[in-house]
Each structure stands twice: as structure tokens, then as C-alpha cells.
Design a protein around this ligand. Structure first.
Ligand SMILES: Nc1ncnc2c1ncn2[C@@H]1O[C@H](COP(=O)(O)OP(=O)(O)O)[C@@H](O)[C@H]1O
Ligand SMILES: [Mg+2]
Length: 287
């Protein structure tokens, strides 16, 4: 694997396929001083005898966005699902190697998968609100599962409001919290799912192609949200959209047939890739 850290001062010359960031805030350079929140070491993930993730090692800095890019079928979702012990929920699967989340070895002896998933939230490609529940109860649903102690009614309402604000949905739904979640647009439903994940205050949130089913405007809203989420939570986002990775992330991992080809500051990876396979991919020669 190539590690590129150098980038020309002030450079943000994204090659042909990559549009500039849509948001006003300047790109933050991930510095080596950033403390990793997620560390994968020599990670392998199998379906039966077939390895979908092969000897992957990387460290995602805390309160930053790390993007995982690569062509369809290269193992992006599988890698992501190893970071909160979801991979093992599919039949005939196996994980080898180590994943540390904020210093805890999540595959270590005595570590509960349920507790891991409480600290490491996940949002999927298609919005998955609970269809029979109101907007309010969708956000509360995660809390009911996670809560060690039931919250007071007022405390619960505050938590719901805070989660909807963090997900950028509050202004759109505050007057209709008891409407069905299904009355929302696809983009709003996805932000509701992000609110549901945020409500339990995870330390890390995993997003698996969260805009794949959305229109451009809804996509832009989610990208802006992701960009700002890193102020409070560590984000790992899978995307097959390189422009999206370039717009929202601090670091990018490029995966190819289960192997991590290159992991670098996003600027560096898109402007000065070290590996010829990365260059071929980002310039659109395959994938
Ligand atoms: N449930 C499954 N059973 C068997 N193989 C699977 C399963 N899910 C994914 N795979 C295989 O694992 C590899 C990686 O898949 P995936 O992680 O979904 O890739 P990506 O998210 O990059 O498209 C692919 O070859 C895929 O066919
Ligand atoms: Mg996938």
C-alpha cells in the first residue's frame, strides 16, 4: 500500500472528474497529529472461503470524514460492516485481524457486538425509516433500543430535537413530528435515518453510499450535513462517487478487489496519487 502525505501548499486542483466542494467552509487538511478514532490492522473479511477484504490496514482520524472509494464489488460495504461488527450478522462469514474504535479492540475477548454497534452507528444506501412510525418515534426508536435507563419525557423531546437539528431536518419537520415518516421525501427520510443514528450519540457513524438513491438536491444536502458532522462525530463514508469523496472527506481510502491500494489525505490522493491504479481510477480509466 502506498501512503502519500505530501501535497503542494494550497493545492486543490482536482482532476477533470472532480467538481469543487459545494460548501463555503475551506477544506481541512488532515494532519498527522489527528488522533485516530478507527484503526484497522491486517483486517480480512470472508464470505465462506472467499476473502472480500484482504489485509487492510488504515487509521481514520477522530472528528474527520474518511471516505472509502472503489469500483462496485471491491469490498467497500464489507469493510465498513467490519467496523461495527455487522459483517458477522450474515451467514457463513468470518473476520480476521484487528479493529480498534477509540482504543477498544472491537473483536477482542469480552467485547459485546451490541455495545460496539451502540457506539458505532450505521446508515444504509436506501433510507430505512420504520414505516408505521411517526417522525418523532423514528428518532426515538434508536434510543429505546440503546437506553440503559428510560429518559424523562422532556429529556426525550430534547434529545429528539437535538438529533433532528444535527441531521439538518428540524426546520422541515418541527411542526409535523407526529406525521408518518413515509410522508417525507427520500432525502428527508435519509436525514431522518441519520437523526435516528445520531440520537444515541455514537462516537463514530458509518454511511454506506447514503446518497445512492437520491436526487442531486437531496444529495447536496446530505453532503453538506456530512461535511459538518465531523465537528462532533467521526465519519466513515462509502461512496462510488469520487466527486463526493473529494467534496466531503479529509482522507480517502481507495479499495480494489478487496485490497487497500492507497490511503491518503483526500487532496493528495486526488491531486498526486502515488499508485498507478489509483491514478487510473480517478482519471476514469476504469470502474
Ligand atoms: N452476502 C454475500 N455473500 C457472498 N458474497 C458476498 C455477499 N455480499 C457481498 N459479497 C461479495 O463480496 C465482495 C465485496 O462486496 P461488497 O463489499 O458489497 O462490495 P462494494 O460495496 O464495494 O460494492 C463482492 O465480490 C461481492 O459479490
Ligand atoms: Mg456496497
Amino acid at each position: 500500500m502506498q501512503q502519500s502525505t505530501e501535497v503542494a501548499p494550497g493545492a486543490r486542483v482536482i482532476p477533470n472528474v472532480v467538481a469543487p466542494r459545494p460548501v463555503a467552509a475551506p477544506a481541512r487538511e488532515a494532519s498527522t497529529a489527528d488522533k485516530p478514532a478507527v484503526i484497522a490492522s491486517d483486517l480480512w473479511a470472508y464470505f465462506g472461503d472467499t476473502a472480500a477484504v484482504k489485509d487492510v490496514s488504515f487509521a481514520a482520524p477522530a472528528q474527520a470524514v474518511t471516505a472509502i472509494i472503489g469500483p462496485s464489488g471491491c469490498g467497500k460495504s464489507t469493510l465498513l460492516r467490519c467496523l461495527n461488527r455487522m459483517h458477522e450478522t450474515a451467514p457463513n462469514t468470518r473476520v480476521e485481524g484487528k479493529v480498534e474504535i477509540l482504543g477498544t479492540s472491537i473483536y477482542g475477548e469480552g467485547t459485546s457486538a451490541t455495545v460496539v454497534r451502540r457506539h458505532v452507528g450505521m446508515v444504509f444506501q436506501r433510507p430505512t425509516p420504520f414505516p408505521t412510525m411517526s417522525i418523532r418515534n423514528n428518532v426515538a426508536a434508536g434510543l429505546r433500543v440503546a437506553a440503559e435507563r428510560p429518559q424523562s419525557r422532556a429529556g426525550l423531546q430534547d434529545t429528539i430535537e437535538e438529533a433532528l437539528k444535527r441531521a439538518g431536518l428540524w426546520e422541515e419537520v418541527k411542526d409535523r413530528l407526529d406525521d408518518s415518516a413515509m410522508a417525507l421525501s427520500g432525502g428527508q427520510q435519509q436525514r431522518l435515518c441519520i437523526a435516528r443514528a445520531l440520537a444515541i450519540r455514537p462516537r463514530v457513524i458509518l454511511l454506506d453510499e447514503p446518497t445512492a438513491s437520491l436526487d442531486p438536491l437531496s444529495t447536496q444536502k446530505i453532503e453538506e450535513l456530512v461535511y459538518h458532522l465531523r465537528e462532533t462525530v467521526t465519519v466513515v463514508i462509502v461512496t462510488h462517487n469520487m466527486q463526493q469523496a473529494a467534496r466531503v472527506s479529509d482522507r480517502t481510502a481507495f479499495l480494489l478487489v478487496g485490497e487497500l491500494v492507497e490511503f491518503a489525505a483526500t487532496n493528495a490522493l486526488f491531486t498526486a496519487p502515488k499508485d498507478p491504479r489509483t491514478e487510473a481510477y480517478i482519471t476514469g480509466r476504469f470502474g
